[in-house]
Design a protein around this ligand. Structure first.
Ligand code: C5P
Length: 230
């Protein structure tokens, strides 16, 4: 049977978009559906792992056996991720984290004014959650898997992200392809992971996200240090 033998690893997964408040009624966000991250969580739990799913606002049911931590903002996701990651064996950053947030959310609804046709918002950078997890000290650092959604030079940008963020593996998908990626039930991906002599890769053809999730989890688990029992 396909299951994880021995000690069940703790896997932490981020999923979905984040929502950055501009004022009490408005926010900045993106089109992430959370489907890929939820499929990863479902697959990992089905294999017997202990799964913590840190989720932005999505319309999806919590997969069976998964502990779900709901967050809205990148700062909340950052806090939850850095609380859970040091005890985890594997961290998968699948969330579409907003790169920027309002420098300060307005306390009251921003009003339209008659004297100007433009409105200027000042945004500040959010922390790079996955890069911080990857930079944890060795005794607290899980194996780290990231995602890269690109519209051009998939392999180049993905390998650059793998190095720059200090990841162990990256799953790159071409979001310019119709019917794949954002919001869709299908996805294709290029996987790159580090080996001592450089990187290895695998091209996964278009397939249901549930099936791709199984392939990603399987590959990620091969990167975990083998645990000796006793
Ligand atoms: O740099 P980019 O946003 O394309 O990187 C995508 C990867 O980094 C994903 O794994 C995503 O979850 C993660 N990420 C993050 N925190 C951010 C931005 C991206 O964890 N602030």
């Amino acid at each position: 049977p396909k299951s994880i033998t021995g000690n069940a690893p703790h896997i932490v997964i981020t999923a979905g978009p984040t929502r950055e408040a501009l004022d009490p009624v408005r926010y900045l966000s993106n089109h992430s559906s959370g489907k890929m991250g939820y499929a990863l969580a479902a697959e990992a739990a089905a294999l017997g792992a202990r799964v913590s799913l840190i989720s932005g606002p999505v319309n999806l049911a919590t997969p069976h056996g998964v502990e779900r931590i709901d967050v809205e903002t990148a700062m909340q996701m950052h806090q939850a991720a850095l609380r859970l990651a040091p005890q985890a064996a594997l961290f998968i950053g699948c969330a579409a984290v907003a790169d920027y947030r309002a420098d300060s959310a307005a306390e009251h609804k921003i009003k339209k004014t008659d004297d100007s046709d433009t409105l200027t918002l000042t945004l500040v950078k959010n922390p790079d959650i996955i890069a911080e997890v990857a930079a944890l000290p060795a005794n607290q650092r899980p194996v780290v898997v990231g995602f890269a959604a690109e519209t051009q030079d998939l392999a180049g940008y993905a390998q650059d992200k793998l190095q720059r963020k200090g990841l162990d593996m990256i799953v790159a998908n071409d979001v310019s392809q119709q019917g794949l990626g954002f919001g869709s039930d299908e996805n294709a991906a290029l996987l790159f992971w580090r080996v001592t002599s450089g990187t290895e890769q695998l091209a996964a053809p278009p397939q249901p996200k549930t099936q791709l999730a199984a392939l990603i989890i399987r590959q990620a688990l091969t990167l975990l240090p083998t645990q000796s029992s006793g």
